[in-house]
Design a protein around this ligand. Structure first.
Ligand SMILES: NC(=O)c1ccc[n+]([C@@H]2O[C@H](COP(=O)([O-])OP(=O)(O)OC[C@H]3O[C@@H](n4cnc5c(N)ncnc54)[C@H](OP(=O)(O)O)[C@@H]3O)[C@@H](O)[C@H]2O)c1
Length: 215
């Protein structure tokens, strides 16, 4: 029996992942401050996906997905309510992208290499089980993408059982998950988004993925 999914967010990532979880047979509720903007999207999904406030989506989900602007992530989790996050897996695709424009196609972050966004969120909400995932690939490739080879999805987080649940979801979604360890590893995973975006920013090429190879 699939667990219920609460997706915090209404943007492109939230929509792609909501549709992906629904396609894979999960019940999905999305959370936003403005449900009206999802009317067309919900209509396309024939009532299978529902919408509510951030708190309603967080209360509904047994597993949560945080798909919001990096700068707003902590505020969104506060609106969702710490009690609705307690003990739950929170899949975290967010990236700490600054408002300043990219330089030569290189995005700017508001975090440092010695402190990631997910570490900040994990310490603000210690009873939630954050797992970084989906952060280093574009939205259109997040669900069963059509690459010749299986792309890697780097993940990290402090809770082994939470990472196992996310690992199994990623395999269903067409990825080869690679566990990089504790939440600290988000310092290395979040900047992979900068690397992934460069060919798009400089040459309009967004049709690639990252893959770890071994001897
Ligand atoms: N786009 C991609 O291909 C991609 C790929 C990998 C990772 N990511 C990361 O995934 C996350 C979501 O990206 P996205 O492009 O789908 O959407 P986005 O435009 O980065 O974020 C939209 C969401 O952020 C919320 N938000 C923005 N400002 C807010 C505020 N002041 N207070 C509360 N909520 C606020 C919005 O809430 P409302 O619903 O209430 O308006 C909306 O749900 C980002 O962190 C991004 O870096 C994106």
């Amino acid at each position: 029996m699939n667990k219920r999914i609460g997706i915090l967010g209404s943007g492109s990532v939230a929509q792609v992942l909501a549709a992906g979880f629904s396609k894979h047979g999960y019940e999905v509720r999305m959370g936003t401050r403005n449900a009206a903007k999802l009317a067309d999207f919900l209509a396309q999904h024939g009532g299978k996906i529902t919408v509510g406030s951030f708190a309603e989506a967080a209360a509904f989900g047994e597993i949560l997905v945080l798909a919001v602007k990096g700068k707003a992530a902590k505020d969104v989790l506060a609106l969702a309510g710490a009690q609705n996050l307690d003990g739950k897996v929170v899949i975290d695709p967010t990236n700490p992208i600054d408002d300043a424009p990219p330089e030569n196609g290189v995005l700017k972050f508001f975090t440092s290499l010695n402190h990631s966004l997910m570490e900040e969120l994990q310490s603000a909400f210690p009873s939630a089980k954050f797992v970084k995932a989906f952060s280093m690939i574009g939205g259109p490739h997040m669900v069963n993408p059509a690459f010749k080879e299986t792309p890697t999805m780097f993940i990290c987080g402090n809770d082994a059982a939470a990472k196992k649940e996310v690992n199994d979801i990623l395999v269903k979604f067409g990825f080869a998950p690679e566990d990089m360890g504790a939440v600290t590893a988000a310092r290395a995973i979040e900047p992979l988004c900068i690397l992934w975006c460069i060919p798009g920013m400089t040459g309009g090429r967004w049709n690639h993925a990252l893959r770890l190879i071994r001897t």
